[in-house]
Design a protein around this ligand. Structure first.
Ligand SMILES: *Cc1c(COP(=O)(O)O)cnc(C)c1O
Length: 434
């Protein structure tokens, strides 16, 4: 974490809970990845990981391209001034509106995930009188390695099975308005072992060549997915960029030499943003229950579902620090459970973390929270809504999203004056019958 951030000032100005994004970290981290990887490998930011416009503006300025998966994400990157040739659209269930928007915007490519979707894309391009480039997302026949979320060798809603792609020549021949010109494979997320990424990449580059040769498509682009991980928990080690570069760059160089016209793409969400984010909460109350310390904070899992450790057998804690104290400093020596305001025992942001004694008013930060934060959390649970988001860059604090208000939340609901009356009638009918 880069300090020099005025946590108390931010809390006073914007309230809590608030997501704070460190823009200097975003730039530094992106440029380090950019410098490590072969220059022909273009880095696409998966907006799914953090759809905040401020975060995207910073990453785009640093050189990131855009991988989007919804109409709103597409609009965001276009509004931000992204060149259409730097946008790809991906996702297993694209709507007719989304496909049409991609066609009209002239994005670089749509990543198609089924033959049905290919046909729908062909029709959409045809009725617009335009063409669109398509990359085939391939579901590999075998699991390549062991990332946490393995995407190969299993029945999946994502992509087209490798075998079906090899048998797909006839089906592609019927397409009139799309240019099938590349492949995409995404093999998993949270990969911390550089050798796994290298093995996956070798497999994907080879598969791309075999597919192109077999079904006779050009390779305008090969998207090698990504899934670069970040450490969250005790015992996890950072992905070694030097190791990754040493082994992946020669593969990319060889491929580039053999296919000088082919764009090489990497997708990354978590790696580009996780480290920039701190979920800033204020302790409201403290108490003891059956011998344990509890701090009840104003933030919780409705904004930070990732803290719950979905999918982990043992629930583990995100890194948590005290960022400002009401009382003086006390050496860390106590175990604390940090709960949020939700009425469920699952609303625990941290269990048994070692911290100084907490007091109401203390500010606590959940670090490494810049990816899959509020947008991947049940923000409407208990009708709390989305938290505020701010971005700090070069010593300045930029508010990049306002907190949802009660009006924002209730204003979405429709009220019908006759509904209560109709319910009264229904109740009388039911009573009369019984
Ligand atoms: C989610 C997703 C990403 C981003 O994954 P990270 O692990 O956050 O980098 C990239 N590509 C595809 C196809 C995805 O579904």
């Amino acid at each position: 974490m880069d300090d020099g951030i005025d946590w108390s000032g931010i809390a006073a100005r914007f309230g809590t809970p608030t997501y704070v994004y460190d823009g200097d970290w975003l730039v530094r981290n992106f440029l380090a990845l950019r410098a490590a990887l072969h220059p022909d490998l273009e880095i696409f930011f998966s907006l799914k990981a953090n759809p905040n416009r401020g975060v995207y503006d910073v990453l785009r300025s640093a050189g990131a391209r855009a991988e989007v998966s919804s109409l709103a994400e597409l609009r965001l990157v276009l509004d931000a001034g992204t060149a259409p040739e730097d946008i790809v659209f991906l996702g297993p269930g694209k709507s007719p509106e989304e496909i049409a928007a991609c066609v009209h915007a002239g994005i670089y490519a749509l990543v198609c995930e089924s033959f049905d979707e290919l046909a729908a894309t062909d029709r959409a391009a045809g009725s617009a009188g335009l063409r669109i480039r398509v990359l085939l997302r391939i579901n590999p026949a075998t699991a390549v390695a062991g990332p946490r979320l393995t995407m190969g060798g299993k029945p999946r809603q994502f992509g087209i099975d490798e075998a079906a792609v090899f048998d797909g020549k006839a089906r592609l021949a019927g397409l009139q308005h799309v240019d099938v010109a590349g492949v995409q494979v995404y093999l998993g997320t949270r990969v911390l072992d550089a050798s796994v990424i290298v093995r996956n990449t070798a497999y994907i580059l080879d598969l791309a060549e075999r597919v192109a040769g077999e079904i006779g498509i050009p390779l305008d682009a090969v998207d090698i997915g990504g899934g670069l991980g970040v450490p969250y928990f005790d015992g996890e080690r950072e992905l070694d960029l030097a190791d990754l570069a040493a082994d992946i760059n020669p593969l990319l160089a060889d491929f580039s030499t053999a296919h000088p016209q082919t764009r090489l793409m990497l997708e990354s969400g978590r790696y580009l943003t996780a480290g920039c984010g701190t979920y800033l909460m204020r302790v409201r109350y403290t108490k003891r229950s059956m011998g344990e310390n509890f701090a009840v904070a104003d933030g919780g899992t409705h904004h930070h579902m990732a803290a719950v450790g979905i999918g982990s057998f043992v629930k583990r804690n995100f890194p948590i620090v005290v960022l400002s104290r009401v009382a003086g400093p006390v050496a860390p020596h106590e175990l604390w459970n940090i709960a949020g305001p939700l009425c469920t025992p699952n609303d625990m942001v941290a269990k048994a973390v070692t911290l100084p004694r907490l007091t109401p008013g203390d500010l606590v930060g959940v670090l490494s929270s810049g990816a899959y934060g509020p947008s991947a959390s049940p923000v409407f649970f208990l009708s709390h809504g989305y938290p505020a988001e701010v971005l700090v860059l070069n010593g300045r604090t930029y508010p990049v999203r306002t907190r949802d208000t009660v009006e924002d939340i209730l204003g979405r609901q429709s009220t019908h004056p006759d509904l209560a009356r109709a319910a009264g009638t229904a109740a009388r009918v039911t009573t009369a019958r019984s």
